[in-house]
Design a protein around this ligand. Structure first.
Ligand SMILES: C[S@@+](CC[C@H](N)C(=O)[O-])C[C@H]1O[C@@H](n2cnc3c(N)ncnc32)[C@H](O)[C@@H]1O
Length: 216
């Protein structure tokens, strides 16, 4: 159901403007263009590729994965229109098509929380598997005060079923301790933050945890 939602979503919407949090993170963490060149960076759950294009433009060896065929087609199209190289694959978050320790950086932005808690745990373990020791993961999670939680039906254990505009989408909302615990085994926490943004005349309220970790 969630997957069908995304196929339909990406047929109608193509986000092109990168998230300011991602731009800020990249600028602070990888400021040196020469040092970025050739680093393998994965836009995981890439959607229509707004961050894949950003990574390729900044000189990373850019990879993108999404399980929506439409998202994969949109990302390939976006890279081609910009004249940028990139490797784009259709796959789930829970079984990422890379060998162990292949990547320097993984960016699962606005995507790890789509699914129930066991799926989320498998996806975090996959990120750990494909990252090199010392490699970064920059990600975000929905927190319990996000507007979507109010609009959704609790399924238990932190999982919710969205109603209304996002009808049928399953997601997980975690508190701070639960979010930190996800990374305790395989990662060292670099920083942990949160943001709260309202949009569309305050009808939307995005409340997120932001997490930067390094693979142990
Ligand atoms: C809100 S979009 C975010 C897209 C992109 N990261 C961005 O910031 O624009 C979430 C994306 O995650 C993908 N996704 C959700 N669950 C997934 C899963 N289990 N496996 C692969 N992709 C998934 C969806 O297809 C969708 O493109």
């Amino acid at each position: 159901m969630t997957r069908a939602f995304w196929e339909d979503h990406h047929a109608h919407k193509r986000a092109v403007y990168p998230d300011e949090e991602v731009v800020r993170f990249l600028a602070n963490t990888f400021p040196d263009a020469a040092a970025r060149r050739g680093l393998r960076a994965l836009d995981l759950g890439a959607g229509s590729g707004r961050h894949t294009v950003l990574l390729a433009r900044w000189g990373f060896d850019a990879y993108a994965v999404d399980y929506s065929f439409r998202a994969v087609a949109n990302t390939r199209d976006f890279l081609a229109r910009e004249g940028l190289p990139g490797h784009v694959a259709c796959s789930t978050l829970e079984a990422v098509p890379f060998r162990d320790a292949y990547l320097d950086f993984v960016l699962p932005w606005e995507c790890l929380f789509y699914g129930d808690p066991p799926a989320l745990e498998r996806a975090v373990a996959e990120v750990g598997r494909v990252l090199k020791p010392g490699g970064y993961c920059f990600t975000n999670f929905r927190s319990p005060d996000d507007k979507h939680v109010e609009e959704s039906e609790p399924l238990g254990g932190g999982a919710f079923l969205n109603r209304g505009e996002w009808e049928g989408v399953v997601f997980t909302a975690l508190d701070e301790g639960e979010t930190r615990a996800l990374f305790a085994r395989d990662f060292e926490l670099v920083w942990f933050d949160r943001y709260l943004v309202t949009r569309r005349d305050r009808k939307n309220r995005d409340a997120r945890w932001i997490v930067l970790v390094r693979k142990k």
